[in-house]
Design a protein around this ligand. Structure first.
Ligand SMILES: *Cc1c(COP(=O)(O)O)cnc(C)c1O
Length: 371
C-alpha cells in the first residue's frame, strides 16, 4: 500500500528533536503564550520576510481573526462583500461567513487553479471591500494582478497561504504580498504541527496588535478587554514542535519540488493535464494535482494497485449545504475542476521506488493496460 501521505514516517525523521522540544516545554512549566511561541513567531516572520507573525489556534481562525480585526478597526462593515475563489477549501469561505461578511465566489484560472484577476475584477461591486487569494496546492496566485486590482478598487487583501509555506513569486514570499496572510499548521500541511496551529503574517503594526488582542479574549493586558475577542492561541507545545519543523521546511519543500519534477517528466506524454508552475514562481507543491476526464476510473485503477489518491476538493462551496444561499451560482471552471482533479501521493518521504510504481500504474492506465 502506498499511502497518500505518511505522516508517521515524516515526523519520525525528527523524533529525537521533537521529543526534546516536548521535554523542554514540560520542564519549563509554561504552556500558553510563552517563550516558544514568541521565538516561533519571530522565526516564522523571518522565514516569510515580514515584520510580524502572530500564532493562533488554526488556519480557519487565522483567516477569521484578520477579518474580525478589520471589522473592529472600521476597515470593514458587516455585510461587506469579500471575493473568494470558487475552488478553495471550505475554510476560506467559512471565515468570511463567520465574520458576518458575504463571500462572493470567483472562478480560477483553469491551469493555475488560482484566483483569476480578470474574473475578480468582473465580480467587484460597490460593496466589495476585500479579496482572499488562495495559493491553492502551493501555486502562487498572480499577486501582481491581484494587488493592482486591490489598489485600483481600494480592497483589503488577505492571502490564504495555508498550502503555500515557502512558495514565492519573483523572490517574494507567500504571505508577504497582501495586507495580511493566514497560515495553517495542520499536521498535513508543508509546515505541520503535531496538532492544530495557525499564524497570521502582516507588516501592519495596528493589525498585528488588534489580532494579538483578539486571539486572547480581546485584551493585551490580563483582565482588560477592549475588544470582543476569542480564545485562539498557538500553544507552547505546538510552537516548540513547529520550530523543529521550520528548520527543515526548505529541505522538505525541495524534496517535494524534486518529486513533482519527476512526475512532470514521466507523465508528460500521458495525456493527463499536469500542474503548471506560474512563471517566476516557486511552487510549494503541497499537492500534486492532475486533471483527467476519466478521473474516477483513474482513481479506482490506482486504488486497485494499492495507491491512495485524494480529491481536493470533490464538492465546490456553492454545492455545499452550508452555503445553500449560493446554490444558484453556475461556476463552470470550478465545477469542471471538481470533476477532473486528482491529487497523487507527494511528500518529502515518498521514495523513488514508490513514485516509480505510481508512475508505472498511471501509464498502464493512460496507455491501455500493458500488463
Ligand atoms: C488547511 C486550510 C485552511 C484551514 O486550516 P486549519 O488549520 O485546518 O483550520 C484554510 N485554507 C486552506 C486553503 C487550507 O488548505
Amino acid at each position: 500500500m502506498i499511502k497518500f501521505l505518511d505522516l508517521q514516517q515524516l515526523n519520525q525523521q525528527y523524533a529525537a528533536e521533537l521529543k526534546a522540544a516536548a521535554a523542554r516545554v514540560i520542564d519549563n512549566g509554561w504552556y500558553i503564550l510563552g517563550e516558544e511561541v514568541t521565538a516561533f513567531e519571530q522565526e516564522f516572520a523571518a522565514f516569510c520576510q515580514v515584520p510580524e507573525a502572530i500564532g493562533v489556534g488554526n488556519g480557519l481562525d487565522a483567516l477569521t481573526l484578520v477579518l474580525l480585526a478589520w471589522l473592529a478597526l472600521g476597515k470593514l462593515k458587516t455585510g461587506d462583500e469579500v471575493l473568494v475563489p470558487g475552488n478553495t477549501f471550505i475554510a476560506t469561505a467559512l471565515a468570511v461567513k463567520a465574520a458576518g461578511l458575504k463571500p462572493v465566489l470567483v472562478e480560477p484560472e483553469p491551469l493555475r487553479f488560482t484566483l483569476c484577476p480578470l474574473a475578480a475584477q468582473a465580480a467587484i461591486t460597490d460593496r466589495t471591500k476585500a479579496v482572499i487569494p488562495v495559493h491553492l496546492y502551493g501555486a502562487m496566485t498572480d499577486m501582481h494582478g491581484i494587488m493592482a486590482l486591490a489598489k485600483k478598487h481600494d480592497l483589503l487583501v488577505l492571502e490564504d497561504a495555508a498550502q503555500a509555506h515557502g512558495a514565492s513569486l519573483n523572490g517574494k514570499m507567500a504571505g508577504s504580498f497582501g495586507h495580511a496572510a493566514a497560515f495553517s499548521f495542520y499536521p498535513g500541511k508543508n509546515l505541520g504541527a503535531l496538532g492544530d496551529g495557525g499564524a497570521i503574517t502582516t507588516s501592519d503594526p495596528v493589525l498585528s496588535e488588534t489580532v494579538r488582542a483578539l486571539r486572547n479574549y480581546g485584551g493585551l493586558q490580563k483582565y482588560h478587554h477592549e475588544l470582543v475577542g476569542v480564545n485562539s492561541r498557538l500553544d507552547e507545545m505546538q510552537a516548540a514542535f513547529l520550530r523543529v519543523k521550520l528548520a527543515r521546511l526548505n529541505n522538505e519543500n525541495k524534496a517535494r519540488l524534486q518529486r513533482a519534477m519527476v512526475y512532470n517528466e514521466a507523465l508528460a506524454q500521458s495525456g493527463l493535464i499536469l500542474p503548471q508552475q506560474p512563471v517566476n514562481s516557486i511552487h510549494s507543491f503541497h499537492l500534486y494535482v492532475v486533471q483527467s476526464p476519466r478521473r474516477n476510473e483513474l482513481a479506482a485503477h490506482l486504488q486497485q494497485r494499492g495507491i491512495q489518491t485524494q480529491i481536493h476538493y470533490p464538492v465546490p462551496i456553492h454545492r455545499q449545504q452550508a452555503f445553500k444561499e449560493l446554490a444558484m451560482l453556475h461556476l463552470p471552471v470550478t465545477e469542471k475542476l471538481a470533476n477532473q482533479i486528482l491529487s497523487l501521493p507527494l511528500s518529502p518521504v515518498l521514495s523513488a521506488e514508490e513514485q516509480g510504481m505510481i508512475i508505472h500504474a498511471i501509464l498502464d492506465f493512460t496507455q491501455g493496460d500493458r500488463c
